[in-house]
Design a binder for this molecule. Sequence first.
Ligand code: IYR
Length: 233
Amino acid sequence: MTQVTRNWTPNHGEPYRPVPYRPARMPAAESLARAAALRERMGRRRTVRQFAADPVPEQVVKDAIACAATAPSGAHQQPWTFVLVKDPEVRRRIRAAAEAEERRSYRGRLGEEWLAALRPLGTDEVKPHLTDAPYLIVVFRQRHWLGADGNRRKHYYVDESVGIAVGMLLSALHLSGLAALVHTPSPMRFLQEVLGRPANEKAFAVIPVGYPAPECEVPDLVRKSLDQVLVEI
Ligand code: IYR
């Protein structure tokens, strides 16, 4: 596959015109109330591995992707593509290829230290969520783009930018009432082939999206407290 996304330079390389940005200042009391409510709601987000086959309103998923695509990015290059996989046959192909890679990973490729880190979560090479969830969002990072002269041009801070966008995607999905899982089969090259993405795009994560299955269980894990993650100076 030699085709490369022909992308556009932000603003065609011209300086952006400054425009006023004057969002109404939120009163502190409202900020405090919203922040506390958001903290509580985000605290209830859980990674789900058992999905119901029930359909999900497609527009909710598309709106969440549109939210993700508002993420800040290096040089505003927006180096991402979100492939929304609805076709059950394509999901089956992705599952088969992912499980083949994961079998090799769990049977030795990960190494003992990595396997030990995963053991408390009980993950294994069987990935039913890839076919049970009604949608898969496969996120690709664009490592470079193709300039008008046909030469490759670098994108900057690609992993950071795409990571931020995925964080925003997970938040948007959760706040819209949907469950998700960030799945990172390794190596992920098969995704580029199955989904026919151009050579400049590399898969970043596969994100099954749907409702939790009625029998869904999650590990009773503990998050670090604010004290443990926040340093004030
Ligand atoms: N990609 C494998 C292994 C895996 C790795 C990490 I780090 C996890 O947090 C979970 C799983 C898998 O998806 O099973």
